[in-house]
Write a protein that binds this ligand. Structure first.
Ligand code: FES
Length: 119
């Protein structure tokens, strides 16, 4: 069972291959945003990795981060918890001015994951 550490919140056991956005929300109890419902469109689920950044990413994540010129962050809706990770939750409902965190992400990665090595 992988361990997820969210800076300032603690360390939690997470079901293998659980979507990181759901693990942060459900296991760590963090009010992370996921405005597009986990579809690699909004980038509000972004996190900073402190340890254990995956070497792979989905094509959808790579394209969205490039389109928004975002570096140093990853989209937690496009990552599976398959090893121990330590992240910083930098995009939370509190202070965002939004009424809710966004649509509920499905349990599987959407759009269907096409894996590539991280660029
Ligand atoms: S990009 Fe929108 S929830 Fe991840």
């Amino acid at each position: 069972m992988p361990k997820l550490t969210v800076e300032g919140y603690g360390t939690f056991d997470v079901a293998n291959d659980k979507r990181l956005v759901l693990a942060i929300e459900q296991d760590a109890g963090v009010d992370i945003l996921h405005a597009c419902g986990g579809n690699a469109r909004c980038t509000t689920c972004r996190v900073e990795f402190i340890e254990g950044e995956p070497a792979t990413q989905t094509v959808a994540e790579q394209e969205r981060l490039a389109a928004r010129n975002l570096t140093g962050v990853r989209l937690s809706c496009q990552i599976l918890c398959d090893h121990d990770m330590t992240v910083r939750a930098i995009s939370r409902l509190e202070g965002s001015g939004r009424p809710d965190p966004g649509g509920q992400p499905l349990e599987i990665i959407t759009p269907p994951a096409e894996w590539i090595q991280r660029s």
